[in-house]
Design a protein around this ligand. Structure first.
Ligand code: ADP
Ligand code: FRU
Length: 297
């Protein structure tokens, strides 16, 4: 089995589980509070590993106190971090996450003081021949554009079977992320990003994004309880999947990352787009009924 590489960030999440989202300036008690490794690419790798794939994480890791926890946790889950770069004299990015049992929402407050992102020359040290798929988190856009072009150049030199599928994730509501739409073979867009573009539902998001993608791109959009959809060019065939809600939604942190990782795995194994997004929704639906990655694994 060829390997899957996820390029992006790793952070420490402090997750606090509450009955209700708290009022401002109130004093609350929570049911549970735990620490877990987070960040989209890191979460993608966690899910891929749980599903039995061979994920590689590539990104920067701070040399702070959290480094030992992050490295051991990656190892514990079976994620290879050999291509990651440790940056000295930096603080580890962290997120405070409040999960609400009454609504199933997760509210993230993220802080990154000074950890820089991966540079092109660091990405270029990777032996691309071992990978069948590379997923890029939609961040660090100017460098990621160059990294994608390196992979495209590589693809031109190898046989069709050896080509690497490039997927990009458009998640953050940021202007520069737009530049990535026309670069992926597979483009994942979140509802947050879609709303930022003024696309108010999944169907609208799919049809609008398809005007901007490459001629043979598949665009995939997850939309919480509505499930997910995909539009496959050049014919612009649309496929949808419902969501698969558990009896109790307890932790939706990383639902999107779970959906993306599972869908990538299914597509990389040759499943149809329709089956792949359905698999993604099933795995994400299963995950949100469990707390954190530890209950899920
Ligand atoms: P994000 O984490 O990016 O906000 P979404 O909320 O769109 O991601 O969720 C991704 C996938 O997880 C959805 O397509 C759906 O399959 C599943 N999911 C998320 N929230 C729920 C929910 N409340 N009920 C059922 N499925 C959900
Ligand atoms: C979830 C997540 C968290 C992290 C945050 C960073 O998708 O990756 O693990 O704290 O987003 O934006």
């Amino acid at each position: 089995m060829k390997k899957i590489l996820c390029v992006g960030i790793v952070v420490v999440d402090i997750v606090t589980e509450l009955d209700h989202y708290p009022e401002e300036d109130s004093d609350n008690r929570c049911h549970k509070l735990w620490r877990q490794r987070g960040g989209n690419a890191s979460n993608n790798c966690t899910v891929l590993a749980i599903l039995g794939a061979k994920p590689y994480f590539c990104g920067t890791i701070s040399d702070s106190d959290e480094k030992k926890f992050i490295e051991e946790d990656f190892k514990n889950y079976g994620v290879d971090i050999g291509y990651s770069v440790v940056v000295e004299g930096t603080d580890c990015p962290r997120s405070c996450v409040l999960t609400s049992l009454s609504t199933g929402s997760r509210t993230i407050v993220h802080y990154n003081k000074n950890l820089r992102e991966l540079k092109l020359e660091e990405f270029c040290s990777i032996d691309l021949s071992q990978f069948s798929w590379i997923n890029f988190e939609g961040r660090n856009v100017s460098e990621v554009k160059k990294m994608i072009s390196v992979v495209r150049d590589y693809n031109k030199q190898v046989s069709k079977e050896e080509r690497i599928t490039i997927s990009v994730e458009l998640e953050k509501a940021k202007e520069d992320v737009n530049d990535l739409i026309s670069l992926g073979d597979i483009v994942f867009l979140s509802k947050d990003y879609a709303r930022f573009r003024g696309w108010n539902n999944m169907e609208e998001a799919l049809s609008k994004v398809a005007e901007l993608t490459l001629p043979e791109t598949t665009a995939i959009c997850a939309w919480g309880e509505k499930g997910a959809g995909a539009i496959v060019k050049p014919q612009k065939n649309v496929f949808t999947s419902s969501s698969f809600a558990p009896v109790h939604v307890v932790d939706t942190l990383g639902a999107g990352d779970t959906f993306i990782a599972s869908t990538i795995l299914a597509l990389s194994m040759g499943l149809s787009v329709e089956k792949s997004i359905t698999f993604g929704c099933k795995v994400a639906g299963f995950k949100i009924g469990l707390r954190g990655w530890e209950e899920f694994r």
